[in-house]
Design a protein around this ligand. Sequence first.
Ligand code: ARG
Length: 407
Amino acid sequence: MAKRVVLAYSGGLDTSVAIRWMTQEWGVEVVALLVDVGQDPTSSESFDSIRSRALAAGAVDCVIVDARTEMAEEFCGAAIRANALYEGKYPLVSALSRPVIVRHLVDQARRFDATAVAHGCTGKGNDQVRFEVGTHALAPDLEVLAPVRNWGMTRADSVDYAEKWDIPVRATREKIYSIDENLWGRAIECGDMEDPWAEPPSEPYTLTRVSQSEALEVTIGFAQGTPVSLDGVAMPLAQIIGVLNQQAGARGFGRIDMVENRRVGIKSREVYECPAALALIAAHADLEDLNLERDLHHEKARLQSRWAELIYDGMWFSPLKEALDSFIVDSQRHVTGEVRLRFEAPGVMRIVGRRSAEALYDYGLATYEAADTFRHADSEGFVRIYGLGVQTWAARQGAKNATPPER
Ligand code: ARG
């Protein structure tokens, strides 16, 4: 019996050609798996037409799984609690969807009694790392196939191949952009953007085209670090993300243009649009400013940047990431409250207020008005002892820069 393989299928040129190519060259049966992580099929085409393409390419079956709630609640939720921004900027759009897809690949591989899974990534990116390391973390026995790394076809060759085998792809020989999207945002690569000096063209942006000139204020409610309401109305996280992508995006908020370090040692220029992700992370971090005790807050800042790095590097399923999760979840016990955001076109977002019943902000301690409860006299001894070491050092060993330079 032919070996059976479950392929992470997107409907695009590479994965469509991969179905036929693996069938022909490797003699395997291919099951196509399309995982819905919130990519917008209406912007391109319906899932039904994607399924017919997989079957036309020779897939023995095409399974479509709706993983939007899972993506939102488990993966985006964790990213919000971790304020996850790789290299301080990128909210991990693609990096978060890969472990979701991997989990379903492994699940379907078991269901179809497959001995391997496959993906359509090239050898130059992070996604191959995420698919392969992730699969082996869940299923050390499964083989992972990467036909695109093996076949040595150019894009034009792939289009010819699709024509030869009557695979109804919509791609042309000229590839303009490589786009990966899900409910956490969109990642845009290639084309003119490969010159880091060149300003990105406006056409590949879809989420952040300005269509609203009126400012908008929204209030996000958090319970233990997770967004639970919008303007006081309780809502599932997937829906909060959807509304914010639209409303903040319509005011041009959410674009990122950066040069990032890929796991494989390449620096690449990347453009993203992530209105909801950036807004929710900023709001969450702001509520932490109000509610987290200082040492916990500072330590979390160190650990959470490591968390983002691990997710970027394909280590969603790993012992260090699990241990950091325990820390992060524990740190969120009192991160409950509300944050007020204002969006103004083009692309401006400001946090204008925050409140919480569990805030550590104490008006009596903070105020300079009559309500002041702070014991000013206590500071005298505190500051003297705090600075004692430096004072002793100055007296015995002298400060090098005590005299201003001559002008
Ligand atoms: N550079 C980003 C990352 O590694 C985006 C990758 C987008 N993937 C794609 N196939 N266009 O997470």
